[in-house]
Design a protein around this ligand. Structure first.
Ligand SMILES: CC(C)(COP(=O)(O)OP(=O)(O)OC[C@H]1O[C@@H](n2cnc3c(N)ncnc32)[C@H](O)[C@@H]1OP(=O)(O)O)[C@@H](O)C(=O)NCCC(=O)NCCS
Length: 145
């Protein structure tokens, strides 16, 4: 398993995985923008023998990081591969001099919430009806030491 920077050639596969995993997926254009034009955006893939099994991303804004994605392909979920993503992410943001990492998660996404809590993220506040359909978003945060 390796973690490497996402590139434009990955996008066909990334968009397929994205549509499988998210109710409101990022489209190819959004990823192209993030890779080509957004200087604050960082995106990485987790690859096993040339196959993308997951990816993650964040926006770095001054001292703060907002995690934009933490994704493991459906057939590879449940094997704790997201630990590799979280550990890589926390290592990188520390190297970049970030002081605080934030993220937002749907209230019913128990798997993701368990993952973030395990890595020391604390619930900061709830954004009522953030996703529409009465679905709240929870903002989690972690200080990076
Ligand atoms: C969230 C996600 C990245 C987790 O990846 P994963 O590698 O399958 O996760 P894990 O197998 O390590 O499980 C994560 C934790 O949730 C727990 N968990 C697993 N299944 C669960 C379930 N059905 N309900 C509650 N908790 C569960 C696990 O026990 C684990 O905690 P532990 O290590 O303390 O045992 C993955 O499910 C995913 O890509 N989901 C879709 C995209 C998404 O929602 N991303 C987060 C956006 S904020």
């Amino acid at each position: 398993m390796i973690v490497r920077e996402m590139c434009l050639d990955d996008l066909e596969m990334i968009v397929k995985i994205e549509e499988e995993l998210y109710k409101v997926p990022w489209h190819k254009e959004q990823y192209e923008y993030e890779l080509k034009n957004n200087e604050f955006s960082y995106l990485f893939v987790l690859e096993n023998d040339g196959v993308i099994v997951g990816y993650y991303g964040f926006w770095l804004m001054f001292d703060d990081v907002d995690i934009t994605k933490v994704s493991i392909r459906k057939e590879f979920q449940g094997f704790k591969l997201s630990n590799i993503l979280m550990e890589d992410c926390l290592k990188r943001v520390k190297m970049l001099g970030c002081k605080k990492v934030n993220l937002e998660v749907r209230k019913d996404n128990f798997r993701a919430i368990n993952l973030y809590k395990k890595y020391g993220f604390k619930e900061v506040y709830v954004r009522k009806n953030y996703y529409g359909n009465n679905e709240d978003g929870i903002v989690f945060s972690k200080e990076v030491l």
